[in-house]
Design a protein around this ligand. Structure first.
Ligand SMILES: Nc1ncnc2c1ncn2[C@@H]1O[C@H](COP(=O)(O)OP(=O)(O)O)[C@@H](O)[C@H]1O
Ligand SMILES: [Mg+2]
Length: 137
């Protein structure tokens, strides 16, 4: 746990809004431009929504990160829900186990620079996504 890590419980629509807002303000602080901030907020929204829909509750962790001279934002979405049996299928554009649009996970991956998903049936799901600031301010 680092000093400026933000951890938020996610279990309601209101929590999704809060996570999105915190992500937006942290991304602005880190130097992302307005368009990038919007993309990051959308990615946070999708993984938070999945927590509420499929796992009922979980957590979003926002953390500034860097790689060499690159500054970025790391978003972790964690839950102890049912897990995903076939991650490759879940990542397919348009696949939904319910009646969703099936674009949440592939969309979030597209919006961020790095995207990793680890899921075990009966244990839960952890998604780690990062985006890097393009031009240092
Ligand atoms: N946190 C999660 N826990 C369990 N299953 C999940 C989780 N997130 C996504 N999934 C599974 O992956 C599928 C694809 O997710 P997504 O791309 O967001 O589409 P949608 O939510 O519209 O179905 C979901 O239908 C669900 O089966
Ligand atoms: Mg979804």
């Amino acid at each position: 746990m680092t000093a400026n890590e933000v951890r938020m419980p996610i279990e309601s629509a209101a929590d999704i809004v809060t996570a999105r807002q915190k992500g937006r303000s942290l991304a602005l602080d880190l130097g992302f431009n307005g368009a990038e901030v919007t993309l990051i907020a959308a990615a946070i929204s999708e993984v938070s929504r999945n927590i509420v829909e499929y796992a009922k509750h979980g957590e979003i962790i926002l953390q500034p990160t860097n790689h060499g001279a690159k500054k970025g934002l790391c978003v972790v979405a964690e839950d102890n829900g049912p897990g995903i049996a076939d991650v490759a299928q879940a990542m397919q554009y348009g696949y939904s186990s319910r009646r969703g649009l099936g674009v949440g996970l592939p969309g979030a991956k597209l919006l961020m620079d790095e995207f990793e998903i680890v899921s075990r049936v009966g244990v839960g799901t952890t998604i780690t996504m990062k985006k890097w600031v393009q031009n240092a301010k």
